[in-house]
Design a binder for this molecule. Structure first.
Ligand SMILES: *[C@@H]1O[C@H](CO)[C@@H](O)[C@H](O)[C@H]1NC(C)=O
Ligand SMILES: *[C@@H]1O[C@H](CO)[C@@H](O)[C@H](O)[C@H]1NC(C)=O
Ligand SMILES: *[C@@H]1O[C@H](CO)[C@@H](O)[C@H](O)[C@H]1NC(C)=O
Ligand SMILES: *[C@@H]1O[C@H](CO)[C@@H](O)[C@H](O)[C@H]1NC(C)=O
Ligand SMILES: CC(=O)N[C@H]1CO[C@H](CO)[C@@H](O)[C@@H]1O
Length: 651
């Protein structure tokens, strides 16, 4: 009888754990995160909720679980949730609570990286634009107005999670939270205020009393009890700043982000698997893939300058939610092999011995008989055969073999067993559609955009204005317009050289129109947003109109004082080589400004306007025009200006 009763109690306890509650305590020690008194080896992956749709979440999370993940990591995106000061949005793709609950339903843990600075190749690093307009504010330093706003938002998110009982301390899935983000990479630029800011951030976060540990990534001086963690392509050599803290890798880049004009990034799975295995070989116990699913930068959320709409990241789950093979499968096999070592990994530090030049063995051996070993060949181009515990093992170059029983190889990171199934994509080149002389795919429609000032919100001002200050990022577009009187009637000099319009801009792209006609364009790039152009122009006798259209292509998201980089045509703007041999500086003249385009006012980007025109001949070589096509999966594409600038809006 007693026996039966005992079994019954056990079963019902397990049932309760599986369906409702995760944990009660999360702490850490030198070896690992400790969940309910037990050290854990945890594999984590990043999925950012606004980079997919709520419909996709359950499938993405299930595929993560099937791939062997224990934890889903996400940033929290301040500018999505508080687009206007004290007006919050948690609906649709912004429904953070729903996302966390979806992860919980799959039985996985959550690492909630609140930041609220996130970088993340996200517009303005996640900060709402209104922050920029708070008098006296200085971002990410010991500054009163900034700290106040950062605290209000961080507390708002923590309270929201607490109300829904989502922290592990309340039986929920969240086992970790992050405050700030990679500040250690740039903090020297902020002088001594950086130190007091990080102290403040640590104690502010601690005071929110989440009941679970906080981390600061890339922050060597993270104050206790913050765990400092490593981000990078390799983190095996990393050690935390205290022997009381575990070795954790919070961003392992599975690939990289795509920039406009750049090649699609690719990181071979053999290399990621090697890096992960090395990390566990040298004492790591928590590892996160950045990204496990990258997804899409919808609307105008992409950071910049010039970060692409796709955030695929060459991740194990591709932008569309399909498994990327053999990446996903090989990492799944790797996770299985690592989990077979868990008992030994959490029990002790490794004993590391050399097996030859650039050949290394780590052994985790416990008093109770568990033994796991990792054998590494760190040579980049020569295989090796090593003797380990009396047996011989072949190690391909740049690989790790995992031996969960110190004898049999469960996996070698360079040997892929998982089947490669590549999905086939149908390519449809939109540029070809427009360029081809004989027709185009059916379904296109278009709307003309006027050149120069056309809206009644235009205003005039002496001199050239910085763009973000003027647009507050309500639009990517700002018109700078000017009328100038030319006396001579011959724009060419005697030596045959032509008058040029010299334009200098902080970025990110510009188009110059003279008397309504496109005269020239210029773009910066992801490394240097600035544009300096000398555009040959033909002026007429009398009044000439100069219309400069300046474009932002994703606001800067990274670097010290990134918020102060600015954009737009700040000058000088000059007419050089006029017929009378002079140069005229137009910079401090009276300019007329217009924020945004008429097409935006008409709601063209949402696709709902009735202004769209269609026909069998697509207009070409117009100065400015919006084009739209809707495919089966409702993609709306707006293309302007001979495809010099385009955006994809997926609804
Ligand atoms: C490994 O051990 C065998 C004998 O067991 C020996 O013949 C061989 O030379 C050793 N190899 C290396 C690389 O030490
Ligand atoms: C933005 O405008 C404010 C005044 O409204 C000015 O103090 C500041 O210098 C401007 N910033 C830039 C980058 O031009
Ligand atoms: C040269 O021509 C420009 C444009 O017509 C005019 O603004 C400027 O005053 C002229 N300068 C001289 C020295 O004639
Ligand atoms: C759109 O879907 C229909 C029916 O599902 C299919 O016949 C057609 O080929 C699809 N068109 C494209 C461009 O994929
Ligand atoms: C230190 C560093 O370069 N960190 C980068 C890690 O990867 C993320 C995502 O690509 C970037 O946002 C960080 O800047």
């Amino acid at each position: 009888m007693r026996g039966v009763g005992f079994v019954f109690v056990l079963v019902s306890l397990l049932g309760a754990i599986a369906t409702t509650s995760f944990a009660s305590t999360v702490t850490y020690d030198h070896r690992a995160l400790v969940i309910d008194g037990k050290r854990r080896v945890l594999i984590s992956g990043s999925i950012h909720y606004p980079r997919s749709t709520p419909d996709m979440w359950p499938d993405l999370i299930q595929k993560s679980k099937d791939g062997g993940l224990d934890v889903i990591e996400t940033y929290v995106f301040w500018n999505l949730h508080e687009p206007v000061r004290r007006q919050y949005d948690f609906k649709g793709r912004n429904d953070l609570v729903k996302f966390v609950k979806t992860v919980a339903e799959a039985g996985l843990y959550v690492h909630l990286r609140i930041g609220p600075y996130v970088c993340a190749e996200w517009n303005y690093g996640g900060f709402p634009l209104w922050l920029h307009f708070i008098p006296g504010i200085q971002f990410r330093t010991d500054n009163g107005p900034f700290k106040e706003e950062m605290q209000i938002f961080t507390a708002k998110i923590v309270d929201m999670m607490k109300k829904e009982n989502l922290y592990a301390s309340q039986g929920g899935p969240i086992i970790l939270s992050q405050i700030e983000n990679e500040y250690g990479n740039i903090d020297s630029a902020y002088g001594s205020a950086a130190k007091s800011y990080i102290q403040w951030a640590a104690s502010m976060a601690t005071s929110l009393d989440t009941g679970v540990p906080w981390v600061m990534c890339q922050q060597a001086d993270a104050p206790d009890p913050m765990i400092n963690t490593c981000n990078g392509f390799y983190c095996d050599q990393f050690t935390p700043n205290s022997v009381k803290k575990p070795k954790m890798w919070t961003e392992n880049w599975t690939g990289w982000f795509l920039s406009f004009g750049g090649a699609a990034p690719y990181r071979p799975v053999e290399d990621i698997a090697f890096a992960v295995a090395r990390f566990f070989q040298l004492g790591g116990t928590f590892q996160n893939y950045y990204m496990y699913h990258g997804g899409t930068n919808f609307g105008r959320t992409t950071g910049g300058p010039f970060i692409a709409t796709s955030y695929d990241y060459d991740a194990p789950i591709d932008e569309y939610g399909l498994l990327r093979q053999p990446k996903w499968g090989h990492l799944k096999d790797l996770h299985k092999a690592i989990k077979l070592c868990e008992a030994a990994l959490i029990a002790t530090d490794p004993t590391i011995t050399s097996l030859g030049t650039n050949l290394e063995a780590s052994v985790y051996k416990t008093g109770t008989g568990s033994c796991a070993a990792f054998l590494a060949n760190v040579r980049t181009n020569s295989d090796a055969t090593v003797n380990f515990s009396g047996n011989s093992y072949h190690l391909p170059a740049w690989s790790v073999s995992i031996l969960p029983d110190c004898k049999n190889v469960a996996l070698n990171t360079a040997q892929i067993n998982s089947m490669a199934v590549m999905p086939r994509f149908m390519q449809q080149s939109l540029k070809n559609d427009i360029d081809s002389s004989d027709g185009f795919q059916s379904g296109w429609s278009w709307v003309d955009e006027p050149v120069g000032i056309s809206k009644n919100n235009a205003f005039t001002k002496l001199g050239l204005l910085e763009q973000i200050n003027v647009t507050a990022d309500k639009s990517d577009y700002l018109w700078y317009s000017l009328s100038t009187e030319i006396q001579g009637d011959e724009p060419f000099l005697e030596d045959g050289s032509q008058t040029v319009l010299h334009v200098e801009s902080l970025g990110h792209a510009l188009h110059a129109f003279i008397n309504g006609k496109l005269a020239g364009s210029g773009t910066g790039n992801s490394g240097n947003a600035k544009v300096t152009e000398d555009i040959p122009v033909t002026l007429i006798h009398g009044k000439n109109t100069i219309d400069l259209l300046s474009l932002t292509v994703g606001l800067q998201n990274y670097g010290a004082f990134y918020d102060k980089q600015g954009a737009g045509i700040t000058g000088p703007v000059k007419l050089k080589g006029l017929a009378n041999g002079t140069t005229v500086d137009l910079s401090s003249q009276q300019w007329t400004y217009q924020v945004g385009l008429q097409g935006e006012e008409l709601g063209l980007p949402s696709g709902s306007s009735s202004k769209w025109v269609s026909g069998s001949t697509l207009p070409k070589k117009q100065p400015l025009i919006w084009y739209k096509v809707e495919a089966n999966f409702t993609i709306l594409i707006l293309i302007m200006n001979y495809l010099l600038h385009y955006k994809v809006i997926i609804r």
